[in-house]
Design a protein around this ligand. Sequence first.
Ligand code: MLC
Ligand code: AMP
Length: 497
Amino acid sequence: MTSPSFVFQREIDPNSTAIVDESGSCSYAELHRISDSIAHNLMQAYLPKQPRTVCFLATSSHKYVALQWGIWKSGGIAVPLSPRHPVRALQYVMNDCQAAVLLTDEETHSIANTISDQHSPLLFKDLAIKSGKDRAGVMPDDPAMILYTSGTTSKPKGVLSSHRNISYQINTLVNAWEWSKDDYILNILPLHHVHGIINVMSCALWSGATCEFLPRFDPKQVWEKFGEGRVNVFMAVPTIYYKLIQAWEEMDEDKQQTCSQVARKFRLMVSGSAALPVSVLEKWKSITGYTLLERYGMTEIGMALSNPYRGERRPGFVGNPLPGVELRLVDPETGVEVEGQPGEIQVRGMGVFERYWNKPEQTRLAFTKKGWFRTGDIAQLIDGAYKILGRDSVDILKSGGYKISALEIEDVLRGHPLIKDCAVVGIPDEEWGEVIGASLIVPDQSPTPDDLRKWLMERIPVYKVPRYFIFQKDFPRNAMGKVTKNELRKLFEINKG
Ligand code: MLC
Ligand code: AMP
């Protein structure tokens, strides 16, 4: 594959609609006009500063895209922040990535003001005013984006991808899933993770298609949007399909029929970011007639495995490596490649990220000597297709499609004045994949779960806040005194009923 151009340099019909959002529609020409102005103004504001990391906080709208493109056109590294994260979580990212500047739209301005004491946030409306035509000469290997992901360390780490990485990640999916300029996708995913940014938004913009944003996920609103008849491509995490099914079941029969009819006309519906339960795949098929295309990916690598666009999609499987992705399974103990046995997925290819931001040791550990990225996911090749079996660490959870580190939550909980010790586990859950359970050792005067939730919500995003709390004198431990999280998980499952 030759190196493709960047998403903001594609030759697209300038008059076609790029983005639809709450404020209306925005053409490709308009997107370029605004992002050119942003680039010019940014180059004045931060060019002398190093590193050129630019945090931006924006609602899901054309402003988000224009800010991202403006940062790229000015030679900056785009670091998207989630407007739904608490101040402390946003400040952590700003400090960790050494943000040179913070950009914000009017809608998120008040949040931006609270997170930044060193930087006065620059406002979208001021940046979008044209005052020159500067553009940086961006090269494929220049750093482009940092996304924060949880891992086996307590704090999230920044995954740095180059323009080349991003272009390959997008181009691979555009070809494999046959994107075209006639496509129209509804984006309800958060815009601080690859699923929403790369698979949905950037694939659409690469193809000259239209991407419509809803500010947040609401199942009823999604069905209404489907009913308008324009959307023909949809991508989401399993929890979202679960919630859409629930909403469909609550409709009266006439509405159900109408919704099922529009969904039958879709060209493509994809599920990913977490294991798609076969029950959800089957129920979705019975409602829409459509067999969801399940794929597997990760922030560090983009998408790696996919069921075929054309051909049989096997329930419970994630298909085969996408073109350009080299993938192998390795025995985690011996490091030897396995065939037909469970093994850790390791990946190489142009889409694989550059490095963790300011974490050389963690970057070194994440790759083998021959440059294979260790995903930590265990899979098996069965009758010609890959099946994900789980992860090699009990401390990494997936809830609602978000990756969550048990260690991070434990670290935060240990900062509570009434908590002596704690252990966090993921409990299997049909709707969320996993929900979080926290076992706490506290003195006689324990905080209530509601107090704890409130306290945690000021420190970590809502999806990292445990759903269940239990109070124990001690945790189950093995002979070495180490907490046995599998035993602990069983206690929650019993208590959950
Ligand atoms: C929220 N709630 C949860 C929860 N998240 N409960 C349990 N587990 C969770 N994970 C609760 C809240 O406390 C609240 O409860 C209620 O649900 C509504 O909260 P919300 O924040 O309004 O939820 P909602 O917007 O409905 O969020 C659900 C969701 C969201 C599925 C839309 O989780 C989501 O957008 N997930 C996608 C994440 C994603 O994009 N992942 C991709 C990562 S990239 P109460 O009691 O107050 O009502 C990646 C690579 C790859 O993984 O392969 O793609
Ligand atoms: P993230 O770090 O947020 O990018 O999440 C990536 C992780 O999501 C992977 O390492 C897998 O554990 C998980 N994942 C993604 N897609 C799938 C899938 N189809 N089935 C099971 N797990 C998945």
